[in-house]
Design a protein. Structure first.
Ligand SMILES: Nc1ncnc2c1ncn2[C@@H]1O[C@H](COP(=O)(O)OP(=O)(O)O)[C@@H](O)[C@H]1O
Ligand SMILES: [Mg+2]
Lengths: 278, 303
């Protein structure tokens, strides 16, 4: 089995590529800005007298969920960016020929890359989300969002995108593949907005469009689950509804759908890449 | 080693959407042989090599490599390959590339460091071992590619145009490496569009043009061979193919083009056709001798 060799190779490549370094630096800069924002926001909140009980906790939770939402977005972009040309792009460049001629299965190449990118994203999400939770905790003294399931769900959303991008990359060149994956990703985002509006307007059609988009690509629905996990305390549930989350988070079924989605995408990627001529 | 054949192709064809890249090729390479595969650009050499490695799938026919189906892990474990494009991940250093391939080739951990050092020395890149490949010239890249192909101590080495980016000295070095491999009993399959390259190292060659083998044999025999054209009744083709072997016979517009070694073989063919009770209308020499063919191929390839 050579999956782990390909996985570590992929991870090493990602770490050595300048884009990843750039993404890390940008994220670090973003975290600094975020910290400043939280600091001022929290100070203003403290200077506001009165308000219902639990307001502080709720607002802090909202700030965290908003911050994590943007990290989730960066992670999604990174996931697609890394994997969108992982198969066909390398085939076109000719860098995969010598490797694929070794006693390595095509499935090991596909799965190795999947594992490598997933590890990459796990490091990215793990480090940046922890830092963010830490920043909020240090500034506000409120420990919110300190649950494992939130970051894990964020990782799951990125894994879905990696699987999808790899499936596309088994046949399509990087540019059209990237366009398709981002289009699907946007469909899920827009579907989420339509679903929320449909919920408010009690329009079954709009609501179902949203649900359908989540089944098509569950990235946004998985984020909604994550944000529900992260937003704790007081009336955070209501506050986190809006741009960063759904008023009623998807049920556990969504996990099953996501798992199915991932399995299908990887299955397709392996099958299609295995049959491809180099 | 019980199987004397290192590479065997039987009726292999490859059709891409609009082109027939490889047309019914039957070929065998013996263990320990240095086999030259000669043909102009676009003849189908790289496609055949990729099918032998299981990187590309034939649309017809069977391929066996070292007694295993082409592309099987067992076959690949003992094969080294230098791709025509010799492109590798250029964020690696030369040494890292070889280490990675040594792992993929399942080289024992205790042997890897020595093997990598020896091979970098062999291809003259010892001093650049720890430099990133992104700083390498094309020639250096091709040499590190050659080292990469040898890192698993393969029994069969497949080199696709291994000197395309090298200067005359580099080409001579590669020829020396190929001869050394031959002396060690390693089978070498050398793709080239250069007659000069092939004729200096190869035991046996095949010439491919437009996806089909047009000649095959020991180099000196091929050079002294001649081609005749036979016009005869139905059944002649089978008799002739049986007499001289599939690869020496082509059928063109119902006439048979046969490559023969000498006049004795022509007489033998005529006898066979008569014995088969097939009417024989015409036997004549045709202009396209093998040497002409070589020259034609080489001229087209050398531009
Ligand atoms: N992936 C491909 N898709 C379509 N046609 C191809 C592909 N690869 C090779 N060909 C065609 O097959 C023929 C043989 O190509 P190739 O095997 O590369 O020749 P050679 O190595 O002898 O130069 C050429 O006509 C080439 O255009
Ligand atoms: Mg070629």
């Amino acid at each position: 089995m050579s999956t782990h060799l390909i996985a570590f190779f992929t991870l090493r490549e990602a770490l050595r590529r300048r884009v990843v370094l750039a993404a890390a630096l940008l994220t670090l800069g973003y975290l600094v800005l975020y910290g400043v924002g939280v600091w001022f926001g929290y100070r203003d909140l403290q200077n506001t007298p009165g308000g219902p009980p639990g307001l502080t906790e709720g607002v802090v939770s909202l700030m965290l969920v908003g911050g994590l939402w943007s990290l989730n977005f960066i992670a999604s972009v990174l996931a697609v960016f890394l994997s969108v040309g992982a198969l066909s792009g390398e085939l076109d460049q000719g860098t995969l020929h010598a490797i694929a001629a070794r006693p390595v299965r095509r499935s090991e190449i596909v799965l190795g890359k999947f594992v490598g990118f997933t590890l990459m994203l796990a490091v990215f999400i793990g480090v940046s989300a922890s830092l963010m939770i830490l920043i909020v905790a240090v500034i506000t003294g409120e420990v919110v969002g300190a649950s494992w399931s939130g970051p894990f769900l964020m990782l799951l959303a990125s894994m879905l995108l990696i699987g999808l991008a790899l499936a596309g990359s088994s046949r399509l060149s990087p540019l059209p593949n990237g366009v398709i994956v981002f289009t699907l990703y946007s469909t899920a985002l827009i579907g989420g907005v339509i679903e929320q509006i449909g919920d408010v307007l009690e329009s079954a059609v709009m609501f179902n469009i949203g649900v359908f988009s989540s089944v098509l690509i569950p990235t946004r629905a998985i984020w909604d689950m994550a944000s529900a996990q992260l937003a704790t305390g007081g009336f955070a549930g209501e506050l986190s509804a809006g741009p960063f989350g759904a008023s009623n988070p998807p049920s556990g079924w969504m996990l099953l759908i996501a798992g199915l989605h991932l399995a299908l995408a990887l299955g397709f990627a392996v099958r299609s890449f295995s049959r491809r001529d180099f | 080693m019980s199987d004397p054949i290192a590479i065997g192709l039987a009726g292999v064809s490859k059709r891409y959407a609009s082109t027939l890249a490889v047309d019914d090729v039957t070929l065998s390479v013996a263990h320990g042989e240095i086999f030259g595969f000669l043909g102009p650009n676009g003849a189908g050499k790289s496609t055949i090599v990729k099918m032998i490695l299981g990187l590309t799938y034939p649309t017809a026919g069977q391929i066996e490599v070292l007694g295993q189906p082409a592309g099987s892990l067992a076959a690949r474990a003992e094969v080294g390959y230098l791709p025509e494009t010799f492109r590798f991940h250029d964020w690696l250093t030369a040494s890292e590339l070889l280490h990675f391939h040594a792992r993929l080739a399942r080289v024992d951990a205790s042997l890897r460091a020595d093997r990598v050092r020896e091979l970098l020395e062999l291809v003259g890149l010892k001093d650049r071992a720890d430099d990133r490949l992104s700083t390498f010239s094309k020639g250096m890249m091709q040499r590190v590619g050659l080292a990469q192909s040898l890192v698993g101590a393969p029994r069969l080495v497949i080199l696709d145009e291994p000197t395309s980016a090298l200067d005359p000295i580099g080409r001579r070095d590669v020829r020396d490496r190929i001869r050394e491999l031959g002396e060690q009993g390693v089978t070498v399959f050398l793709n080239s569009h250069l007659l000069s390259e092939v004729e200096q190292v190869c035991d046996r060659v095949a010439i491919i043009d437009h996806g089909a083998i047009v000649a095959e044999g020991k180099l000196d025999e091929l050079l002294s061979a001649q081609e005749i054209e036979i016009r005869a009744g139905e059944g002649a083709e089978a008799a002739v193919r049986e007499a001289v072997g599939e690869s020496s016979v082509r059928s063109i517009d119902g006439r048979l083009r046969v490559r023969v070694a000498d006049d004795g073989e022509i007489a033998m063919l005529v006898r066979r056709i008569v014995e088969a009770e097939v009417p024989l209308y015409d036997v004549r020499h045709v202009g396209d001798s093998l040497e002409d063919l070589f020259v034609r191929v080489a001229e087209r390839g050398d531009v």
